[in-house]
Design a protein around this ligand. Sequence first.
Ligand code: FES
Length: 358
Amino acid sequence: MSQSIWSTRPADLYGRRRRDRFSTVLWGVRVLLEGFAAMSRWKPSRVRPVQRKIAAVITQRELVAPDVVALTLADPDGGLLPSWTPGGHIDVVLPSGRRRQYSLCGLPGRRTDYRIAVRRIADGGGGSIEMHEAFDVGGTLVFEGPRNAFCLGTAERDVLFVIGGIGVTPILPMIQVAEQRGIDWRAIYAGRSREYMPFLDELVSVAPARVTIWADDEHRGFATVDDLLAGAGPTTAVYVCGPPPMLEAVRAARVEHADAPLHYERFSPPPIVDGIPFELELARSGTVLRVPANRSALEVMSDRDPTTAYSCQQGFCGTCKVKVLAGQVDRRGRTAEGDDEMLVCVSRAKSDRIVVDA
Ligand code: FES
């Protein structure tokens, strides 16, 4: 309801609000000045990313390696999907309620459809198996995003892409953009055999002379870190995506070139550094779980309840966030954790016990 300056004008000692001209002008000026002062203190509220769920139709399903399925997604009404950049991913909401992240691996920036690819991991958390079995052409797939935490820098001039297996998905569109931009890039793509390396031909076709293929069965063994980083100079920007041992080996080897950009994308939890055991009390049931030094709170919670919500397992999506009721948290997430919040996939405890609202 609006309010006139008359009603906000102070009453005199007798409770009267007389409209004499002089005091009215003074009062009006005061109201205007207060308004300007309030505007100068105004700050826009923090913009939150839109967590809009989008339902897409699956227009194509293709096995691109014996254990990798590629799905093409489109707007059911033929419209454009949200814009994206190479290295970006979407958060797929599976029918079971699980959430999983998959890199967009279609042509860079293409919005008429998206392409994602999923390697089936028999002993994983069940998400990849569900992705393989739950979706077929004509079906609906719900996702959020896209988001990007693995962008190709605009200033790069000399780039080495290090790829292991399904790690090709975020890097494939990056390489296409690198070629368009005239960047001096090379790539090494490693996998157990050519058959098991998805999108191999597509990647090589971008610029065959720039791509080195390392098939373990041809070389009779894994590539060493020296093989992976061959030709990378002290200023070369390295982009790596692959299994955890590959990431850790490359990271360790590039420590001596701390000024050179190193970008990486994980598909699995990071190793736990300086882990100290602690107790996690689930307030709703009173259950106390022991979190050992080498496991995350999320893993221990999932042992007890396999439906425990998570997605990235790397501390940036926020899916696993719980409310903390007592105890001190050692916050290790890459997304904001409030004073009373904990990302149980990565964060740990500074106190002996953390009590969470779970
Ligand atoms: S699962 Fe993504 S932040 Fe924990």
